[in-house]
Design a protein around this ligand. Structure first.
Ligand code: URA
Length: 223
């Protein structure tokens, strides 16, 4: 039997689609990294809805960053990989494990450093981020730096290095810090490069070993 339009019960509105909470899939050790520092709350929400470039179409979730704000030490990588895209956290795959190892050598853990990437969404198939994608995301990084107020930024890999050292080669300038706009910027290899070429592990450890001194000698550091 058909009901006329006027007697048909109204179609209930579709419930909003809420993506599953990534914390349910995350190992317990990572849960503290989901804490959003108050100064970054609005920015993370804005990033979560970001439509600025094609990466928005294919991401599972955005990966704004992790760690406290303010924070004396910040790391800027390239872009999320598959595991990061699943969990919404930066550096939680194999590169992240090596980053954790490097941090331990200087007495730091992921909970007391701020970590982000030049692009906040995964480039499909882990391809390199394109210039227009990096440009679209650039203002988010500027705002993060303003809120985090790091004394030292370590760039991880060539895409974040290019932001402060355009035209330079990582093999020639890694580990050589420069003060730019009042922040000590030190270019480092990307942890994934050290996973591909084992000889870079020792190089990265040496570059990391400088970080404590860079922090104590940074402009504006407490003396
Ligand atoms: N590589 C990056 O550059 N960033 C991540 O978050 C993970 C892997």
């Amino acid at each position: 039997m058909y009901l006329s339009t006027s007697t048909r019960p109204p179609v209930p509105p579709r419930p909003p689609v809420t993506p599953p909470d990534p914390r349910r899939a995350a190992p317990p050790a990572l849960l503290p990294l989901y804490e959003v520092p108050a100064p970054l709350d609005d920015l993370y929400e804005e990033i979560a809805d970001c439509p600025r470039c094609v990466l928005a179409r294919e991401r599972s979730r955005t990966v704004p960053g992790s760690g406290p704000a303010p924070c004396d030490l910040m790391f800027v990588g390239e872009g999320p990989g598959q595991r990061e895209d699943e969990l919404g956290l930066p550096f939680v795959g194999r590169s992240g494990q090596f980053l954790d190892e490097l941090l331990a050598t200087i007495g730091r853990s992921r909970r007391d450093v701020y970590v982000t990437n030049v692009v906040k969404c995964r480039p499909p198939g882990n391809r390199d981020p394109l210039p227009d994608e990096i440009a679209a995301c650039s203002d988010y990084l500027v705002q993060q730096i303003q809120h985090v107020r790091p004394s030292v930024i370590a760039t991880l890999g060539r895409f974040s290095m290019a932001r402060w050292f355009p035209g330079d080669r990582i093999s020639q300038i890694h580990g050589q810090a420069r003060v730019i706009d009042g922040i000590t910027i030190v270019p480092m290899y990307h942890p994934a490069a050290a996973l591909r070429d084992g000889s870079l592990r020792a190089v990265m450890k040496q570059d990391f070993a400088q970080i404590p001194a860079l922090l104590s000698n940074a402009p504006g550091a407490p003396r």
